[in-house]
Ligand binder design. Structure first.
Ligand code: HEM
Length: 371
């Protein structure tokens, strides 16, 4: 059996593979921003009654410090799949962009507002503001990123619904099914939490280590507070995983019965990656919930589970879309693009970008640890 996308023509297969892998990279940073901003909004609105309020907890501090970088990385990493999606689905992508019109253009100013608000959230100044003002800013930030996620999902759904394009052009009603849009969007939003929690887990462990080595680092990053933060992550990770599964199932039921049947029978080869990914993550988070600390093996288990799920979701997502497009048109467009060349340049710039990102991580890290 030829596993998707290896059953496609070689040049299309190449573009789909690099598209999915670069999209996964985008998703890793994007989920940190999306789930991180929602968590911060919640922590500001409901600070709790413990000695260290939620909004000042190590997790909130780490998120505040790293979200501006993560957003830059999400935007940078979004460029590569943005290029590939235009090569593979030229007609679908451009048509939905045009039909969405000003609604699609809103993504840019909203992203800019969200980006600058992240620096307000990170500044020392905001801690002197009233609870209402802090709540308004953090909810505003989360609202900006939720809106961007909503736009990408709406754009995707409109792109794969060619039969509706004339109607949408005439009526301007871009959403055909609220249930389908809401379940798909909620699948992304809830699925963002396990990924954010996995990344934050590595960060908290790293800062706890440094807290025992470097005297100047905040002591909150060690001791009982650390264990309680790890449990918060475990609860959010498990909750996000369960909810994303529920919304994905809901979204599957909004699909046409024949497409759903084909999707299940052809997509079965990616199912083990989903199942293993889910089981690895659930096992890791349960272990963290029950134990008094973490271990390197558990972190690796959760991370492998996360990556495995993201890659499987990426390929399954494409399998569904490719079943709806005219493969003759797509193959012709992809072949033309493959003939232009420039692959070496792409690889060169990818390596350069990875180097620059590593440098930025080092810079933010120096600032966080006060080196
Ligand atoms: C924090 C800001 C952002 C959020 C929350 C976000 C969220 C999302 C979500 C939820 C999807 C999946 C849509 C779906 O399958 O239903 C997506 C896809 C995508 N995003 Fe982002 N995104 C952000 C910023 C960006 C930026 C700035 C770019 C480009 C530079 C970008 C490029 C892409 C691309 C190319 C896709 C795939 C589109 C497709 O296959 O149709 N994203 N994003």
């Amino acid at each position: 059996m030829n596993i998707f996308p290896f059953n496609l023509e070689p040049s299309l297969c190449f573009y789909v593979v690099v598209y999915v892998l670069t999209l996964v990279l985008h998703a890793i940073f994007m989920t940190y921003v999306l789930a991180g901003s929602i968590y911060l909004a919640w922590a500001s609105m409901f600070p709790g009654k413990t000695a260290i309020v939620r909004a000042r907890s190590p997790l909130a501090e780490v998120l505040r410090d790293w979200m501006p970088f993560a957003l830059s990385a999400a935007i940078t990493a979004g460029v590569a799949p943005l290029l590939f999606v235009q090569i593979i689905y030229r007609q679908e992508f451009y048509t939905s962009n045009l039909l969405l019109g000003w609604r699609w253009m809103m993504v840019v100013p909203v992203l800019i507002v969200g980006f600058y608000l992240l620096y307000v959230v990170k500044s020392k100044l905001i801690s002197q503001w009233s609870l209402a003002a802090r709540g308004a800013v953090t909810v505003g930030v989360a609202g900006c990123f939720l809106f961007v996620a909503f736009c990408w999902t709406a754009n995707h759904l409109l792109g794969i619904d060619a039969a509706r394009w004339p109607d949408v052009y005439a009526t301007g009603a871009v959403v055909s099914s609220v249930v389908s849009l809401a379940s798909r969007l909620m699948m992304w939003v809830s699925g963002a939490f396990p990924v954010m929690c996995m990344l934050a887990l590595w960060q908290l462990v790293y800062y706890r280590r440094r807290a025992t080595d470097v005297a100047s680092v905040d002591r909150q990053h060690s001791g009982p507070q650390f264990v309680s933060e790890i449990r918060v992550l475990a609860r959010m990770g498990l909750g996000g995983l369960a909810l994303s599964l529920m919304f994905a199932t809901g979204y599957a039921f909004t699909l046409d019965a024949q497409i759903r049947g084909e999707f299940i029978s052809d997509g079965i080869v990616w199912a083990p990656f989903l199942v293993v990914g889910g089981v690895f993550q659930a096992t890791g988070w349960f272990r963290l919930l029950k134990s008094e600390g973490d271990s390197f093996a558990i972190r690796v288990l959760i991370s492998v589970g996360c990556l495995s799920m993201l890659v499987a979701v990426g390929f399954l997502r494409e399998m569904l879309r490719i079943s709806k497009v005219d493969l003759t048109v797509v193959n012709a467009s992809v072949k033309a693009a493959a003939g232009v060349g420039g692959f070496e340049l792409f690889v060169g710039f990818t390596i350069l970008n990875i180097g620059l990102m590593a440098y930025c991580i080092r810079l933010v890290n120096r600032r966080t640890t006060g080196e």
